[in-house]
Design a protein around this ligand. Structure first.
Ligand SMILES: C[S@@+](CC[C@H](N)C(=O)[O-])C[C@H]1O[C@@H](n2cnc3c(N)ncnc32)[C@H](O)[C@@H]1O
Length: 244
């Protein structure tokens, strides 16, 4: 009996790995997240039992219930797929689920997925690294910015790109801390909502404008010089707009 922790990519079923598609077709039970699109779910074996365990951010009890469900299924079902958005080990609590399953003696296999941290900027035409503009990229969560986990002021570096997941709600605080840490208020920002889905759109603004910008989760915030680029201008699928 095996539980496969599978990355579903950012949205579009075309961005699944071949291994993920095969495992979905062969699964006897699938436990999936809230943001998994209908096209991806349609690849699940029609005879498989499905568990939609979508939870809203911050529900720690829900995570405990998911862990218990996985342990229960892993003990009696031959092929279980735990399907998670993006990559299972990027802010998906996949590592925690793998540890819990292993500690119960259940065989776990992990299948990487394309993370929204990199797919969302790319689909909006923003290369996260670019010769002469950005020497590297830092990926962080914005969800606990008012707590002690991420000190954004310490991440202010004009030579690097900052990619923030789960940062929509705290975007004003994130921007304020980055400016306090030394980033110019004029630093370019791209906010990519619902990447790789038909609701995808990209807002361009400055760091100073970010707090008041009208954006909705799920979104990836891309902060740094590269956010002014649009190397995919030839493509017309992405709606892009800028603040006046
Ligand atoms: C709990 S994290 C999971 C990340 C996921 N494991 C990954 O690798 O993409 C959820 C956050 O990922 C980002 N996200 C996931 N899918 C997205 C998408 N299609 N478009 C934009 N942001 C997305 C958002 O910041 C969202 O709040």
């Amino acid at each position: 009996m095996t539980v496969f922790l599978v990355g579903a990519g950012p949205g579009d079923a075309d961005l699944l790995t071949l291994r993920a598609a095969r495992l979905l077709a062969e699964a006897q039970a699938v436990v999936h997240d809230r943001l998994i699109g209908a096209d991806v779910l349609s690849l699940i074996n029609p005879d498989a039992v499905r568990y939609d365990v979508g939870k809203t951010p911050g529900q720690s009890d829900a995570q405990r219930a998911i862990n218990d469900l996985l342990v229960e299924l892993g003990g009696r079902v031959e092929r279980v797929v735990r399907l998670k958005g993006g990559d299972p080990f990027v802010f998906g609590r996949g590592g925690e689920e793998a540890e819990v399953l292993s500690s119960h003696g259940i065989d776990v296999q992990v299948v990487p997925g394309i993370t929204s941290a990199f797919a969302a900027p790319l689909l909006a035409g923003v290369p996260v690294t670019h010769r002469g503009l950005s020497h590297g990229v830092t990926v962080v969560t914005g969800s606990a910015v008012s707590g002690s986990t991420v000190n954004f002021a310490s991440l202010a570096n004009p030579d690097l790109t900052l990619v923030v997941l789960m940062g929509v709600e705290q975007r004003a605080l994130i921007a304020a801390q980055l400016i306090e840490g030394g980033l110019e208020p004029s630093t370019p920002v791209a906010v990519v909502e619902w990447a790789a889905t038909e609701r995808e759109r990209c807002l361009r603004c400055s760091l100073f404008e970010l707090g008041a910008a009208h954006v909705r989760a799920p979104a990836v915030l891309v902060i740094g010089a590269v956010a002014a680029l649009d190397v995919a201008k030839v493509r017309s699928l992405v709606a892009s707009w800028a603040l006046a």
